[in-house]
Write a protein that binds this ligand. Structure first.
Ligand code: SAM
Length: 208
C-alpha cells in the first residue's frame, strides 16, 4: 500500500517536472523567435542586444526575482529582463511616460510570450518610483539621465541586501546628471563595478 502511494507520488512528480520543462522550452523558443524577428528594428533608444544579455545573465546568475525597470520604451531591455525572470520565477515592474511607446511595449511583451511576468505602467517615473513599496533585488535605470540620482536615492532603500542597482549610458560622465549619479554611487555602502564590455556603459552597484 505505502509502496503504491510512493510510486504514484513519484509518477506525478515526474509528470509535473516534465510539464514544467516543456513549458520552459516553449517559452525559450517563443522569446528567441521574437528576438530574431525584431533584430535590427529597435529604434526607440533601446539597449543593444549585448546589453540586454548583460542584464539577463546578471539576473539569472544572482537568482533575482523582484525587478524594476525605469524607462521601458518599446520593451527591448524589458524582454531580456523578463526572460531572465521567467527562469528565476520573478516578475518585472516597468515604467514608461510615452503612451505610444508604452502601447508598443505591451504588444511586444505579449508577442514574446512574456506578458504574464510584466507589470507595464504608463506614467511619470518621477512620482511612481518613490511611491513603489518594493522590495526589489534588481533595478535598471534607463530613463531621463538628469533624474538618475533621484531614482537611485528613491530606489536604494527598497533594494534588498545583495540586490543590484544598474544604470545604462553611464560612460558619458559629462552628460547632464551622470556625473552627479556616479558621485552619489561612491557614497553608498556597496560593491560597485562598471561593465566595460558595454560601449554605452552599464553601472552595476550591488548592496552589501
Ligand atoms: C533609453 S529609453 C529606454 C530604452 C529601453 N530600456 C529599452 O532598452 O528598450 C528611455 C525611455 O525613458 C522614457 N522616460 C523619460 N523620462 C521618463 C519619466 N520621467 N518617466 C517614465 N519614463 C520616462 C522615455 O520616454 C524613453 O522611452
Amino acid at each position: 500500500m505505502i509502496r503504491n502511494v510512493l510510486m504514484a507520488g513519484f509518477v506525478l512528480l515526474g509528470a509535473a517536472t516534465l510539464q514544467a520543462q516543456e513549458r520552459a522550452a516553449s517559452l525559450d523558443a517563443s522569446v528567441q523567435a521574437f528576438l530574431d524577428r525584431h533584430r535590427g528594428t529597435w529604434r526607440d533608444f533601446n539597449v543593444p542586444e549585448s546589453d540586454g544579455k548583460v542584464l539577463h545573465d546578471l539576473i539569472v546568475k544572482r537568482r533575482f526575482t523582484r525587478a524594476l525597470e525605469i524607462g521601458t520604451s518599446t520593451g527591448h531591455s524589458g524582454v531580456w529582463i523578463a526572460w531572465a525572470l521567467a527562469r528565476t520565477g520573478g516578475t518585472l515592474t516597468t515604467i514608461e511616460i510615452d503612451p505610444e511607446r508604452h502601447r508598443t511595449a505591451v504588444a511586444n511583451f505579449k508577442e514574446a510570450g512574456l506578458d504574464r511576468y510584466i507589470d507595464a505602467r504608463l506614467g511619470d517615473a518621477h512620482t511612481i518610483v518613490p511611491a513603489l513599496s518594493g522590495p526589489f533585488d534588481f533595478v535598471f535605470s534607463d530613463a531621463d539621465k538628469d533624474w538618475y540620482k533621484n531614482y537611485l536615492v528613491a530606489a536604494w532603500p527598497k533594494l534588498t541586501s545583495g540586490g543590484c542597482f544598474t544604470a545604462h549610458n553611464v560612460s558619458g560622465r559629462s552628460m547632464l546628471g551622470i556625473r552627479e549619479f556616479l558621485d552619489h554611487l561612491e557614497t553608498l555602502d556597496a560593491e560597485t563595478r562598471i561593465d566595460t564590455s558595454s560601449p554605452a556603459g552599464i553601472s552595476i552597484t550591488c548592496k552589501r
